[in-house]
Write a protein that binds this ligand. Sequence first.
Ligand code: HEM
Length: 156
Amino acid sequence: MDDLTIARALHVLAIVHWIGGVSLVTLVLLPGITRSVPPKDRLSLFEMIEGRFAFQARISTLIAGATGFYMTHQLDAWYRFTDPTFWWMHAMVLIWVLFTFVLFVAEPLFLHRWFHEQATVAPEKTFALVLRMHRILLTLSLVTVGASVLGAHGAL
Ligand code: HEM
């Protein structure tokens, strides 16, 4: 087995863990909390569960990024970023940049504090907004996963 294949397997494992976690938060945790937990109790429950995932997602995004750039280098595929027909390569990097910014910059610097303050003052509105943002990110991520498999296997 060559190192490109190992990098590909690690890339896919990291994506499964990371986007799978985003699916769980978006499709199960947030709707469940919104429906069944009284507004005043939502924040602490959400922060406890999502906080644990955010830490794990940081590791997954690091592995996905490192293996992604490694494969690009090994495949000598940098030229793809100048060719629009490889839009799925741009999509992967865009999703990675978005999540990296949220997890490593926005959350620690201001997003966590902003969410905590807003969810204390107006839980209904804040959770609705957070759910909408998660739905948008999940949709973009899933389209990217599908397109990347098709693209990597020559079907696009
Ligand atoms: C820095 C960010 C990333 C880079 C540089 C990158 C790069 C790559 C490269 C070079 C490949 C192999 C393409 C080929 O075989 O022709 C690949 C495959 C793939 N990537 Fe990424 N990727 C990144 C992030 C992501 C993200 C965020 C996702 C999902 C949302 C993703 C999902 C996939 C999938 C599903 C495959 C196909 C695996 C297969 O079926 O062989 N990647 N990536």
